[in-house]
Design a binder for this molecule. Structure first.
Ligand SMILES: [Zn+2]
Length: 334
C-alpha cells in the first residue's frame, strides 16, 4: 500500500502538468499565430554609474544601517564604499550580485563604517566561482587607529580573528593600500582601470580618526564620497569634488549650537556642507550618515544648505538607488 501511495504522490506533479497542457492549448496557439511585433523591446539602458545605499545612518541605532554604499558601473556592482553594520543584510535584501565587487574603499575605520567588512568578505566568497583578489584602500594609522592593512590583517590575516575566511568559499588575496592622511598630501589616483573606471582620493580630517574622501569616475560621470569629516578638511574636499555630478556628504550634525559641541570636532554642519557643495560646483548633493536629529529636522537642514547651494539636495535612505548619468538625474529631479 505504502510504496504505491508514494509512487502516486510522486507522479502527481507530472499528471498535473500533462493535464494542464491538454486543457489549455490556447496560449500555445495564440503564441504561434499572433502577429510578430513590429518593434522589439530593448532593455532599459544602464546608467554609467549608480550608487546603491546600503546604510544611510551612523553609529546610533535607529533603523538605518551604518554607512555603506555599493557603486555599479554600467549596471554591474563593482565597488564597496565603507561597510557599516547592516551592509550584509541590505546586500541580501537587494539581492546584489557581488561577483565583480573587488574594490573596497574605506573612508575611515570607525565601527559604523567597517563593522560588516568581514561579513562582506564572507558573503562575496560564498557566491564566488573562483579565487578573489581584493584591492582595498583606506587611511594610514595614527593614535588608537591601526593603518588599514593592519586592520584587515587583524580581521582575516594569518593570526587574525577570522583567519579561516581567506579560504572559506573561495581563495582570497588582499591587496591593501594605506593612504596618506596629512591634510597637505596631494590628491592621488588609486584606480585607473583599462575600462575607464578611476578612483581618486584625498586626505580629510575627522577628529582623531584618520580619514579620506574618494572620487569615482567613469564615462565622464563622477561621484564623490566625503566620508565623515569636520569642517577643517573642506578645502581638500572641494578640491576633490570640483564639478562632480554627485556629492554624497555625511551629515551627522545640525548647525551650531543645536548638536553637542564636541561633535563639531568630528563632523561638518549643514551650512558648511552647502558652502562646500557651492564652491565645488557639484551638480547634485545627497546627504547621508544621518543622525536622528538631522533626520527629524530635514526642513531646517535644507534651508541652511539652500543659503549657499542652489542645486538639488536629497536625504539618502537605505536601499535607495541613485543613478548618475545626465539623463537619469534629470528624470529623477522631476
Ligand atoms: Zn561615522
Amino acid at each position: 500500500m505504502l510504496p504505491l501511495a508514494m509512487l502516486s504522490l510522486r507522479m502527481l506533479p507530472l499528471f498535473m502538468l500533462l493535464t494542464a497542457a491538454l486543457l489549455s492549448p490556447a496560449p500555445l496557439r495564440a503564441q504561434s499565430t499572433a502577429p510578430k511585433p513590429t518593434t522589439t523591446k530593448t532593455a532599459p539602458a544602464k546608467p554609467a554609474l549608480e550608487v546603491v545605499v546600503l546604510g544611510s545612518g551612523g553609529p546610533r541605532p535607529f533603523g538605518r544601517g551604518g554607512s555603506s554604499f555599493v557603486v555599479l558601473v554600467d549596471g554591474t556592482p563593482r565597488i564597496l564604499l565603507d561597510a557599516g553594520p547592516g551592509a550584509f543584510v541590505r546586500i541580501g535584501e537587494l539581492q546584489l550580485d557581488l561577483d565583480n565587487v573587488d574594490i573596497v574603499l574605506l573612508t575611515h575605520l570607525h565601527i559604523d563604517h567597517t563593522g560588516d567588512l568581514a561579513s562582506f568578505f564572507n558573503a562575496r566568497a560564498l557566491d564566488s566561482d573562483g579565487p578573489i583578489t581584493y584591492r582595498i584602500f583606506g587611511p594610514d594609522g595614527a593614535g588608537q587607529f591601526p593603518k588599514t592593512s593592519r586592520f584587515v590583517d587583524q580581521l582575516i590575516g594569518k593570526d587574525g580573528a577570522w583567519a579561516y575566511q581567506t579560504t572559506f568559499g573561495a581563495d582570497e588575496t588582499f591587496d591593501v593600500h594605506d593612504l596618506a592622511i596629512a591634510l597637505d598630501s596631494p590628491p592621488t589616483k588609486i584606480v585607473d582601470d583599462p575600462s575607464g573606471l578611476t578612483v581618486e582620493e584625498i586626505a580629510t580630517h575627522h577628529g582623531d580618526c584618520p580619514s579620506v574622501a574618494y572620487r569615482i569616475g567613469y564615462k565622464g560621470e563622477s561621484i564623490v564620497f566625503s566620508g565623515d569629516m569636520d569642517a577643517s578638511a573642506i578645502p581638500n574636499l572641494v578640491q576633490l569634488a570640483k564639478n562632480a555630478d554627485l556629492l554624497i556628504f555625511n551629515c551627522a550634525v545640525l548647525d551650531p549650537p543645536a548638536s553637542p559641541s564636541q561633535l563639531y570636532d568630528l563632523h561638518t554642519p549643514p551650512h558648511k556642507i552647502g558652502e562646500a557643495a557651492r564652491d565645488a560646483h557639484v551638480k547634485r548633493l545627497v546627504l547621508s550618515h544621518l543622525a536622528p536629529d538631522v533626520a527629524s529636522q530635514k526642513l531646517a537642514v535644507r534651508k541652511s544648505i539652500g543659503q549657499s547651494y542652489t542645486g538639488p539636495v536629497s536625504f539618502a535612505t537605505d536601499r535607495e538607488r541613485i543613478p548618475v548619468e545626465k539623463g537619469f538625474l534629470q528624470l529623477q529631479e522631476k
